[in-house]
Design a protein around this ligand. Structure first.
Ligand SMILES: [Zn+2]
Length: 706
């Protein structure tokens, strides 16, 4: 009752219609229940496969598809994501109607969603929810108080290894994960932070587009401060942006962040004052509620630099920075004027999206998905109930039969990796043995986790979205802090990976992979599709994730997850030489005349793409051994395999978002991920690719890693 009446105009019937309307427009090209396999209608036969395999496989779809105004990107991932959002929305709607008892997960889902959808209450409260927090910041009298306030803002909101999320707007970010040097127990990792824009490049790059973005960012800071009623917003904004610029100068780059050995720095709590003077660390840790004896400091130079800034920059600037970050991070839970201002800068100017997603869909994310697709940022307190929703999602949408089928594909790809590793001429026998042990102990989670989170400590109120998000981020923080020092559960899933998530995750410290239920959908996996198509699609993705267990990151972790370089120096030398050739291949790709891919920044992902397609191709050939490969729609099995791979990467994306991806993403742009087929002999045979065609590489130039 509570829900249906105050839901207006989002009453149940209207809600279902609104929920379905945009989705129908996007999913027109997804394989329908009648077609299983590659989508022939998406192929552009005017393009030669050997010239541009990506546009050959996806060109017709790209030509006829218009990017909707609320999207910065649209592709297969998005259509699968749309299906998951629609299903998740349906489950949340059911929870809303259930009138479940107070304190139950179902009731929490209903109340959290309602608190976000109830715009009238949000407008009526105005900025009152911020008041006590702004007062606390205003009461900071000196750097000692400041240290405590900075400590109180610490959250478990970064994850540098499993989901490569290095961004936190707080001064530092906490990651609780198996220890680098003791993977049987959870350790506390501290990471650099303090920027609102996604990465240091936004503050430091000399390019015209970044300069103009910075001007707009400062105007945005002014606008938010004005909306909350700050005096002298221009001057304050100038100082805040200058401080963020100084923080950015002390940050490590994304490429530097990837080096595990550089990140493995154990500092005793008592060491911080000497190693990183400036911040009152004792007070900081008191504010954060952390009594750990030791921490792993991912970027010591950045921590030292930021700590010194706490001492050198003016107290008032830090206070304004704290206030601005509070407003920015929670703007979406505040009145429309603030929420729109945040959208205008982060989604529109920074990511090129002209319109917001409909509110119901943002509400679904508030409940069940912390990842913001448009900005590629993880947002404070969002998606905290993802595991509660996921439990229902898995029951409803993931059958034991599908699980068993995917497990069989995984087993075949692992077997393929075993054969390929054994056959490597350059790898030392001891290194091969450890690689095989890693494959033996690999935990592959399929569909859903084996245990579910306990939400009893998370308080949700139907009329308090700001408080719900605030308490949500604290609930998560306390959940992680409570496990510090305790034994690791290797089967636990990555924190932002829920059954309704679309993607796959490698957890190097746990030697584990997670493949959520919502991802195991056509066109990634279809129980009725030909084997060639499933191996080309989900098989490549599984192979990609397994490849990560041996690559630059994987070679740093042994089969127990301990940081130990288990490669012999000669193996490493060969690996570096061969992967340098792959980096050079990617450095040469230029999506825009003034912007090339960064082969080093994307190297691990490019290795995984290549290793993944190679292993899944072998697994496919082994699977069909003895059987005739039947042609479908005139395509041989091998052709279907490669087209299925290319079609899972089909996408359309705005220039601003593409440029952002090139600068900040560890993955190459979709188009160039597909181009890795030029390294496989079988692709040349399947499409009769000839010298002179643009993707053609002479056999010695084709890169083979494993
Ligand atoms: Zn990857």
């Amino acid at each position: 009752m509570r829900f249906t009446l105050r839901f207006s105009p989002w009453n149940a019937a209207a809600y279902v219609l609104l929920a379905l309307a945009p989705l129908a427009a996007y999913s027109q090209d997804a394989p329908t229940p009648e077609t299983h396999g590659i989508v022939v209608a998406n192929i552009d036969r005017s393009v030669k496969p050997g010239d541009d395999f990506y546009h050959y496989a996806n060109g017709a779809w790209i030509k006829r598809t218009e990017l909707p105004p609320d999207r910065s990107e649209l592709g297969v991932f998005d259509s699968v994501n749309d299906l998951s959002k629609k299903r998740t929305a349906g489950l949340i709607e059911e929870a809303a109607k259930a009138d479940a008892p107070a304190g139950s997960n179902t009731r929490k889902i209903a109340d959290l969603y309602h608190s976000y959808m109830d715009e009238a209450t949000i407008e009526a409260k105005g900025i009152a929810p911020l008041r006590s927090h702004l007062d606390a910041i205003a009461a900071v009298r000196d750097k000692h108080d400041l240290a405590r306030a900075l400590g109180e803002s610490l959250r478990a909101d970064v994850d540098p290894l499993n989901i490569t999320n290095f961004h936190t707007p707080n001064l530092f970010g906490l990651w609780v994960a198996p220890g680098f040097n003791d993977p049987a127990h959870y350790a506390a990792y501290l990471l650099q932070g303090g920027l609102e824009m996604p990465d240091r490049e936004y503050y430091l790059s000399a390019s015209d587009s970044m300069r103009s973005l910075r001007t707009k960012y400062q105007a945005h800071v002014v606008a938010l401060l004005k909306l909350v009623g700050f005096a002298d917003p221009e001057l304050r904004a100038q100082h805040i942006v200058e401080l963020e610029h100084a923080i950015a100068e002390r940050h490590l780059s994304l490429a530097e962040n990837d080096d595990i050995h550089r990140a493995n720095n154990t500092w005793k709590q008592a060491d911080f004052a000497a190693k990183a003077p400036g911040l009152d660390w004792a007070e900081y840790f008191r504010g954060a509620g952390l009594s750990q004896a030791s921490f792993i400091v991912w970027q010591p130079a950045a921590l030292t630099g930021e700590s010194a800034l706490v001492a050198s920059a003016a107290l008032d600037t830090w206070k304004d920075w704290l206030a601005f970050h509070l407003i920015e991070d929670y703007a979406d839970a505040l009145p429309k004027a603030l929420a729109d201002e945040r959208f205008d800068f982060f989604d529109n100017i920074l990511s090129g999206t002209a319109e917001q997603h409909p509110r119901w869909r943002r509400g679904v994310d508030v409940v069940a998905d912390p990842y913001d697709e448009t900005t590629s940022l993880f947002l404070a307190g969002r998606g905290v109930l993802g595991d509660a929703v996921g439990q229902v999602y898995a029951q409803r949408y993931f059958s034991p039969e599908t699980k068993a089928q995917v497990q069989a594909v995984v087993a075949n790809i692992i077997a393929s990796f075993r054969r390929r590793i054994d056959a490597l001429p350059w790898m030392d026998a001891a290194t091969k043995a450890e690689a095989q042990t890693k494959l033996t102990t690999l935990y592959v989670g399929i569909g859903y986790p084996e245990t579910w989170r306990d939400y009893s400590a998370y308080e949700v109120k139907a009329d308090d979205i700001f408080g719900n998000l605030w308490r949500g981020s604290l609930f998560d923080y306390h959940r992680f802090v409570a496990r510090l020092g305790h034994a690791v559960d290797r089967r636990e899933w990555a924190s932002a990976c829920y059954p309704q998530s679309v993607g796959a995750v490698n957890l190097p410290l746990q030697n584990a992979l997670n493949f959520p239920a919502a991802f195991l959908q056509p066109p990634f996996f279809d129980p009725k599709a030909p084997a060639a198509v499933n191996y080309g699609a989900i098989g490549q993705v599984i192979g990609h994730e397994i490849s990560h267990t041996f690559d630059t990151i994987g070679s740093a972790f042994d089969s127990t997850g301990r940081v130990r370089n288990w490669w012999k120096p000669a193996d490493l030398a060969h690996f570096k030489a061969v992967t340098a050739r792959l980096a050079a291949q990617y450095d040469a790709y230029k999506p825009f005349p003034d912007l090339a891919l960064n082969g080093k920044q994307t190297l691990d992902e490019n290795i995984a793409d290549l290793g993944g397609i190679s292993a899944s191709y072998d697994a496919y050939r082994a699977f069909i051994a003895g059987e005739a490969t039947s042609a479908q729609n005139g395509f041989t099995g091998d052709q279907q395999f490669f087209i299925a791979f290319a079609q899972i990467w089909g996408s359309k994306e705005r220039e601003a978002a593409l440029r952002q991806d090139v600068m900040t993403d560890s993955h190459s742009l979709d188009e160039f991920r597909v181009a890795t087929v030029r390294n496989l002999d079988a692709w040349y045979a399947a499409f009769v690719v000839q010298p002179g065609e643009k993707l053609y590489l002479a056999p010695p130039k084709r890169v083979r890693i494993w």
